[in-house]
Design a protein. Sequence first.
Length: 175
Amino acid sequence: MDDYSGSGKLIRYSFYSLSRFLMKQKKSRLLSFVWVILILSFIVFTSTSYAGNGDDLVEAAHTGNLSKVRALLKKETDVDHENSVGATALIIASREGHEVIVQGSTGQGCEDQPPAKNGVTALIIASQEGHEAIVQILLDKGAEVNVRENGGRTALKFAKTQKIKTLLKAAGASE
């Protein structure tokens, strides 16, 4: 079991302690074995459901932890999971300038994500932050260039550099 949250060690230690306690009891070893199997089943169930949560993916994208992002994407983590302000892992990675994370996230269903709660997309954020390489990656992966955020502005309106404006216009963007 991979330990992404720190709780994995506690779960393993608790399982180990409880199984030792049960095996030391004078009661039937079969009953102890049944308890161990039940506990192990619970651990597998909870760790599997935890792995699908996108909080870890959003955090890994924020910190730029590529190996963790890859591991979580292999575990079928919810790529559309939003943090408390409605941003997905792709939006966070685009804001932070983590090109490798953005490149690795696209092709995993991330490029087809709906905008965040405020209407912002990964392309809008990358344009606003001036991350030219990320804008190019997103455009190459087919990001929609004319999505408007809740204020009615597109990625072109937010473009921080002339190069980003040129890239967006070449892809058919309008203000």
